[in-house]
Design a protein around this ligand. Sequence first.
Ligand SMILES: Cc1ncc(COP(=O)(O)O)c(C=O)c1O
Length: 277
Amino acid sequence: MMTDFTHAESPYGGNTEKAIASLRLVIEDEGPENIAAFLVEPVQGAGGVLIPPADYFKEVRKLCDEYEILSIADEIITGFGRTGKMFGMENWGATPDLMTFAKGVTSGYIPLGGVVVSDHIHNVLKEKSKGTLFHGFTYSGHPTAAAVALKNIEIIEHENLIENSRKMGEVLLKSFKMVKENLDIVGDVRTIGLLGAVELVQNPVTNKRFAQELNVASRVIEALHKRGVICRPVTFNGTDIICFAPPIVIDNEQINTLVEKLYDSVLSVQKQLGVTS
Ligand SMILES: Cc1ncc(COP(=O)(O)O)c(C=O)c1O
C-alpha cells in the first residue's frame, strides 16, 4: 500500500464551498511545495457512485492552478463513455493534467491500463528523456492490447455508444425513481450516464440507515443474482448501496428487464424485513 496520501473532505451531498475550504486547508497544512498532485475520481465508484456537485471540479482546478499542484483524474471507472461523456471530467468542463484509464478502453476484452499526460507534462518528459520515457513494464505498449483498444474506441464512436450511455442513463434514472416511489426502503437514487446507485434505508425521509447486521444490501444483491443480474453492494460506513454499471450498449427493453428485477429483489427483501409498501 502506498503511503503519504492525505485526504480532503468529499463534496458529496452538495457542499462545494466546504469541500474546497477543506482542500485549501490540507494544502496549506502540508505546504503546496510538498504536494505532488491532487488525485481524484470524477465520480467516486467504490465509495457508492458519489456524484460531485456541478461546480466542484472547476473550483478544484482553480485551487490547483493557484498553488501549482498537478491534478490527476482517475478515469478507470468513468472513462470511455461510462458517464455519458468520453471522460468523466468532461461532465464538468474541467481538464486534469494527467488521467489514468483502464476498464472501458478495451471494454475488458483484453487487459489494458494507461496514463494520458497533457502537453506541458509531455514536453518536460521529452526534454528530460530525449524523447523516450523509460518507464517500463514487461507488457508496456503491448500491440495486441493496443489494437483491441483502438478497435473498441472505433466501435464506441461508430455506434454512438457515448450518446447511448447518456440517453439510457436518463431512462435508468426515471425507472429508479419509479422503484423509489413504489417501495418503502429506497432512499436516494442517482445516475450519471450508465453509472448508477440505489440506496436502501430504513426511513427515506430521514435517511436513517439499517443496522449493519441486517446485511440489507447484500441480501438485495443475492436476490438480484438469483434473477440473473450481477451488480455490487457498497456497505462502506454503514451504507446499503446497490451500484449499477450496465454495458453501455444497453437498450430500453433491457433497462426495463433490469429494473423489474431490481423492483422484485428489493420487494422480496423488504418483505423479509417486515416492511409493507
Ligand atoms: C477508480 C479505480 N481506480 C483504480 C483501480 C485499479 O485499477 P487497475 O487494476 O487497472 O490498476 C480501480 C479498480 O477497480 C478503480 O475502480
